[in-house]
Design a binder for this molecule. Sequence first.
Ligand SMILES: Cc1ncc(COP(=O)(O)O)c(C=O)c1O
Length: 374
Amino acid sequence: MKKKIPLAKPYFNNHELKEIKKVLDSGWVSQGPKVKEFEDKVATYLGAPYVVSVCNCTAALHLSLLSLGISKGDEVLVADYTYPATGHSVVYCGATPRFVDIDKKTYNIDPEIISKKITKKTKAIIPVHTFGQPADMSPIMEIAQKYNLKVVEDAACAFGAKYHSKFAGLIGDIGCFSFHARKGITTGEGGMVVTKDKDTADLIRRLSVFGIKTAWAREKKTRSFEVPIFTDIGYNYKMSDIIAAVGIAQLPKLELIIKKKQQLAKYWDEKITEIDTIKKPYVSKNVRHIFQSYVALLDKKIDRNKLIWELNNRGIQTQIGTYSSCIQPVYHTKHDCNNSIEIYNRAIALPMFYELKEDEIDNAIFHLKKIIKG
Ligand SMILES: Cc1ncc(COP(=O)(O)O)c(C=O)c1O
């Protein structure tokens, strides 16, 4: 039987095993020195002043909003086309997400619509760097400044992406990354917060550890045993040293993975132009798109869900792009983000991962053509 082509596949080798073994041998497997080492390495890579690791990006978003004081009665503007972790994080704070439609070309929040959704209750904006392509941050930051709003970048899919020459995640007040299985580098589950503000970082750190100082901070700073004091209602959102060990082994591969995915995206682009009912993803000028996913747009006539099913039967795994938030019943809101709803229905994520081969793309194109022709 022919080998299946997965949608995504992490790039692991002996390095991850070696790093994990060090942690297991040390006996310190919960949050400890490896988390600190991973954070330091990420801070160096990004040039980020403050970095706090957490258990996933959803927790990163939740704590970021809490650190900004977002609470009941507040509204937060959220890019509509996203994994609903983004909207959920606002609801966790007791606040209301107000979804903002996207630009159909980039799949990212449309800055021109943001101002129309601002009310007296609006406190923050969460742009999402969809599939690894940074949102148009300059106009977003201008609007934020004009209306005195905070900006939390949902950079879950954009670790290593750049807007002009700046890393995604470091443009707004706070940036949140994911190391989930389908992200550029992965630790299985994992997340990170970056910020330029020390007090914000300190608060997020405390909130990630039940509202106390971390074990390693207490160890370093005192000469006698320091009994923790619970200053805030924090959460158990810690990253463990086992997870951080995987991150330490993954980080040096990041640039390699990005470059390879960019080459593969070019190859997909060339091949996709052979099918006139599929549009390749648009890449904005002045961004470094890292292609967390390669998401193409199908002609309206194509039944996307049937196509996914038929490709799967032929050994090619694909997926929808991501979700329109406003139509999810959980939010009880108006279905008014028409571009996002349309992209939600028409987009298809095609296989994209470091070890993907060009002949596998050829094979996928062959089957796409056959199925679409009927
Ligand atoms: C845009 C976006 N935001 C947030 C998340 C949540 O990330 P995590 O799974 O690390 O909690 C995801 C996950 O896929 C995502 O795609």
